[in-house]
Design a protein around this ligand. Sequence first.
Ligand code: CTP
Length: 417
Amino acid sequence: MGGAAALAVSIAGLTIHVMTAPSPRKLLLGITGGIAAYKAAELARLFVKAGWQVQVVMTAHATEFVAPLTFQALTGREVRGALFDPQHEAAMGHIELARWPDAIVIAPASANTIAKLAQGRADDLLSTLCLATDKPLFVVPAMNRLMWSNAATQDNLALLRRRGVQQLGPGSGSQACGEIGEGRMWEPEQIFDSVSAALGQTKDLAGLHAVVTAGPTREPLDPVRFISNRSSGKQGYAVAAALASRGAKVTLISGPTQLPTPAGITRIDVESAEQMLGISLAAAAEAQIFVGAAAVADYRASSVAPEKIKKSGEAMTLTLSKNPDILARVRAAQPALFLVGFAAETEKLAEHARGKLEKKQLNLIAANWVGAGKAFDTEDNALSLFWPGGEAEIASASKAEVARQLVDRIIALYRSR
Ligand code: CTP
């Protein structure tokens, strides 16, 4: 994808290695109808400045907001819009155009376009290209806060994310319609940085083995009941996927979740904390990086009833015993492992997170606020990172994007040891 190619030629017994010049990267920038379309001009400019070839495709509604000539002037290419345009079809037909770019970015992506993509419609050039491509697709939503929070929009985006579409934003703040809320398009610099980072990923973890725990644990009470928690596993799965995309061999030790296994990852399913501990200790012995993202139940029933517990009095008392601390046990067994923990807090986040960092002898801890709709079983997350001698924030973004940034930090700290 646009990188320099190496060519080895043998002449008279000598091997000459030739590096060809990198070919420019190609972006198809889809622009749909919304006031944020004016910001797409700056986005196009950023990509062009960075050496990308940019082909803009506008929907009919987009042209009501910004004239195609603006983009033609910025990109040096005629803007495409019509699905049936004999002149353009003769030069580069829509199927060819769908294969041309290294990535497609739709910014702004209106609720209508998002709905069309979710349904697989192909009733204009942009939606047709998205259906006919196998290139990475980035969707940058921008809309009124009520359109954004509408269940239809949320369901459509959840479907697109499951299919591998990368969602960037939205942010929140004052909107063009005068309201305040979520739905603002990400700023062009933020979009540019995320797309470049996602596409420019190097396999800098090649040869390393990473273990990730994710999801809740289930602590049985009897054959039909258990104690558990609200963890969906999404953040842990996203971390596993981000580590794999950087070339690591990844073992995902998962409590019960509804999530598909990310590509290229070995997943081992467990239920209880004790099972998770056993598998973790075995996997950690072969690994260099261990990320404990699971929401491990701190306590389990002191005794598990062999038969279903029958109701009796007005109240019942359960006796619980403390579960082993998986991270602490992994650290004790593997002193050289790069160990990452999570901390979910409802108060004094930094103080509690730093306490856990020290107590469990972690190399890095990622803390997030929980409660009141935050983090557990949500699509977005924000993290405060703490490590011995440093700290950083990861701003609210999709769990995939947060995972990517967390893995950047893991790599930097792992290398600096
Ligand atoms: N963890 C673990 N084993 C446990 C409990 C938690 O390895 N038995 C890990 C989690 O995977 C997470 C981190 O420890 O990485 C969370 O720390 P912990 O102190 O257990 O968090 P809480 O359960 O939220 O602790 P507290 O109730 O003290 O806030």
